[in-house]
Design a protein around this ligand. Structure first.
Ligand code: 3HC
Ligand code: NAI
Length: 707
């Protein structure tokens, strides 16, 4: 333990100054060893009469990434961070934080408890705890408002977003412009503090003027964030904690902060959001490659098809400074695709997100061709043409002819068999799926699909490249729809069947919206176009033909030309130019007629049944996917659902949600619907063997390790 403490925190005395450095890679998390080390070294410096001032800094790139999140579930948090900060704040010698790199969460809270703070202007600091379903629990909600002002603190704490140090001039006593000068200038500052009598400036002595934070400020703030905070538990607690900083002296405010912190920490949302934090990072830990696996260089990218997806995909690479050549069969299609990209960039510029020069720089990276010879020198090519196997096979066989050896050949197919596509080439080891989500320049998710023969270096290259283009990549195997679209199928099927059984579309949508999805399945269907699902169903008759009720209401609407928002009518009606769904009684009539034809008794459906029948079969499909090894771990499925489908992050993803409510509950409900819904129940509600097994063993999906 001793050696561990010494390693996590070191002290170098420089004359009258004790320089205490944290060194806990990779992010200088404030783990137990760091907290113990800080206490020991601060105490030793206070006991040493030759020391007149104490500097806390770090020997890593970051000052600190905050509390060690992996310790939260252990319950072993002693000595706790507030105790360390109490020692700092009440020290009789000045303690100065020198932020040599970013400081987040508890890391920033360490700095706030010090008597002086120094950093460089462009450094980043923040209190991102809200993203973990909690609030800053080591004084951040009390000290930041005292130093930065209530409005600024509210923004930082409730949004969790990092800000530049230069945006917080009242928090820092010295802002150095060049980070390379930081240590020198900081030491000069500290010597001056000593020369001026080593005055200790405690944040707890600052009293916030209540007039600077009237009740309306908080009321307005609550109103302003209502939409983005919908369903989340911790933002409201963050606001309450900041309110306490105005109303109470520091010691009492800290007590209130502690209570609110524990209330959040005990909530299922904190478990879910912390699960998701690690899930997102764990997605890049895959067993298909290791450190020794080489990576191919990707300096130029080809894209086949300049349609909806091709254009969005191209923008990702241009945004990352990687040149792209786009191929279409006809010049008009190419021109149209490039014009759409320019329009998207121009719109971003109008909103102030890009400068005119950025737009031109990005467009200059995008070239077009109608000749496959233009792809001879690309390192990666991504095909995004029509979703037809014959077309994809033709394209891949052509790519095999023209692309240089070692080029990665990727398909953006959302449903087709990647192995069959790979077989159209003489180099299946170089073929991979890169399944972007629409709009491809916005959505963070990338399903990286490995075929039977995809080589490890191709997988590693694509997983790493995803980071460069700011995507979160999840590696999946080949099956119809891969992970995301395969799981959405039962969700869509049930939402349609529920209408047949007597639920109204708006009832289904409200329940799913209240669960936390961005919109209900019927609104989503209308937005995407009901014809898309219809065509997929046409090509999947072998899968659905045994169920005569399968999406019959959706089918009727499409056959009547009601394909959704784009024509002003689908499951809902839309007024011209409006996206607001208006319920249409004639859809209920269609459902009634179809139900009569199929002998389905219509009835009142409870909210609980609607929710369970949409969500549990989706989870059940996730269990099959895990068991088949299409996803390597349940947390990968969660990442796909949160980033690809807007599953509420405060539920952690569908598999974490199931783990939280208990797999026995999901299993029992599946059995109950299987047994109570007649033939239909038998067709679609059989629990997956893995769900049954884990539920019987009292385990979670997170416990599952493939054999
Ligand atoms: N605790 C434990 N592990 C952490 C961690 C933390 N606070 N922050 C990062 N890690 C781990 C990651 O899981 C990852 O592990 P892996 O390599 O095994 O996957 C590794 O450190 C590197 O993390 P990133 O890949 O995220 O590294 P980046 O360089 O891209 O980003 C970062 C660094 C910006 C610090 C980012 O990791 C981050 O945002 N971390 C979380 C920051 C945070 O939320 N802090 C608040 C913590 S709660 C708190 O302080 C409570 C207090 O108020 C009492
Ligand atoms: P799209 O119809 O908007 O674009 C396809 C483009 O490919 C058209 O511009 C067409 O001219 C071009 N094209 C067709 N055949 C070609 C060929 N042989 N050579 C060169 N160009 C050719 O289609 P979209 O939506 O962009 O879809 C493309 C692919 O992306 C499909 O495989 C689809 O399944 C997949 N996908 C679509 C998503 C979506 O939401 N639209 C989401 C994820 C994947």
């Amino acid at each position: 333990m001793e050696a561990e403490n010494q390693a996590a925190v070191v002290r170098q005395n420089q004359g009258e100054i004790a320089l205490i450095l944290m060194q806990n890679p990779p992010v200088n998390a404030l783990s137990k060893a760091v907290r113990v080390g800080l206490i020991e070294e601060i105490q030793a410096s206070l006991d040493d009469d030759s020391i007149k001032a104490i500097v806390i800094s770090s020997q890593q790139k970051l000052f600190s990434g905050g509390a060690d999140i992996s310790e939260f579930s252990s319950g072993n948090l002693e000595p706790n961070l507030p105790a360390v900060l109490d020692l700092i704040e009440n020290a009789q010698k000045p303690v100065i934080a020198v932020l040599n790199g970013p400081a987040f969460g508890g890391g920033l809270e360490v700095a706030l408890s010090c008597h002086y703070r120094i950093t460089f202007s462009d450094n980043k600091v923040g209190l991102p705890e809200v993203n973990l379903g909690i609030l800053p629990g080591a004084g951040g909600t009390q000290r930041l408002p005292r130093l930065a002002g209530v409005a600024t603190a509210l923004d930082m704490i409730v949004s969790g977003k990092p800000v530049s140090a230069k945006a917080l001039p009242t928090v820092f006593d010295l802002l150095v412009s060049d980070p390379l000068d930081l240590l020198n200038e900081a030491m000069g500052f500290v010597q001056q503090v000593i020369a001026d009598g080593a005055i200790v400036k405690r944040v707890k002595d600052i009293v916030i003027d209540p007039a600077s934070a009237p009740a309306e400020l908080f009321a307005q703030y609550r109103q302003g964030i209502a939409k983005q905070a919908r369903g989340f538990f911790s933002p409201e607690r963050c606001i309450q904690a900041v309110e306490a900083s105005v109303e109470l002296p520091l010691a009492e405010g800290l007590k209130k902060e502690g209570e609110l912190f524990m209330e959040c920490m005990r909530s299922p949302q904190a478990r879910a959001q912390q699960h998701f934090f690690f899930a997102e990072r764990a997605a890049s830990h895959v067993s298909d490659f290791d450190k020794t696996t080489p990576v191919r260089e990707v300096k130029k990218v080809g894209i086949i098809g300049a349609g909806t997806m091709g254009g969005g995909i191209a923008m990702n690479f241009a945004n990352a400074g990687i040149p792209v050549v786009m191929l279409e069969l006809k010049q008009e299609a190419l021109d149209k695709g490039l014009a759409v990209i320019r329009k998207n960039y121009t719109n971003s510029a109008k909103k102030g997100k890009l400068t005119e020069q950025d737009v031109e720089n990005r467009m200059a990276l995008l070239n077009g061709t109608t000749d496959y010879a233009g792809l001879a020198d690309v390192d990666l090519v991504i095909e995004a043409v029509f979703e037809k196997m014959e077309v994809k096979e033709q394209v891949f066989s052509k790519l095999d002819e023209v692309c240089k050896q070692g080029a990665i050949l990727a398909s953006n197919t959302s449903t087709l068999d990647l192995n069959q596509i790979a077989a159209a080439t003489s180099r299946p080891q170089d073929v991979i799926g890169l399944h972007f989500f629409s709009p491809a320049n916005v959505m963070k998710l990338l399903e990286v699909v490995k075929g039977d023969e995809t080589s490890a270096d191709v997988i590693k290259t694509c997983m790493q490249l995803a980071k460069k283009i700011r995507k979160v990549a999840v590696l999946v195997g080949v099956c119809f729809g891969f992970v995301g679209n395969r799981m959405i199928e039962p969700y869509g099927r049930e939402s349609n069947r529920l209408i047949l059984e007597g639920a109204t579309p708006e009832q289904v949508d409200k329940i799913i919206y209240d669960f936390g999805m961005p919109m209900g399945p019927n609104t989503m269907g209308d937005m995407a176009g009901l014809d898309i699902g219809y065509f997929v169903r046409q090509s999947r008759q072998e899968f659905i033909s045994h169920d005569p009720s399968y999406c019959v209401v959706g089918n009727r609407l499409v056959e009547d030309g009601r394909v959704g928002l784009k024509v002003g009518k689908g499951i809902y009606l839309y007024e011209s130019g409006s996206r607001k769904p208006i319920p249409d009684p004639s859809v209920l009539e269609i459902a009634k007629q179809e139900a009569e034809k199929l002998n389905v008794a219509q009835r009142d459906l409870s909210d609980e049944e609607i929710l369970e029948r949409c969500i549990f079969p989706l989870i059940n499909e996730g269990a099959y996917i895990l068991e088949e090894g299409i996803a390597a771990k349940s947390s990968d499925i969660d990442v796909i659902y949160v980033y690809g489908y807007g599953f509420p992050v405060y539920r952690g993803g569908p598999m974490q949600y199931a783990d939280e409510i208990g797999l026995d509950k999901v299993y029992n409900a599946m059995c109950q619907y299987r047994d109570s819904l007649g033939e239909y129940g038998k067709m679609w509600f059989e629990p997956a063997p893995l769900l049954k097994q884990l539920a019987e063993q009292g385990k979670k999906f997170a416990d599952y390790k493939p054999a």
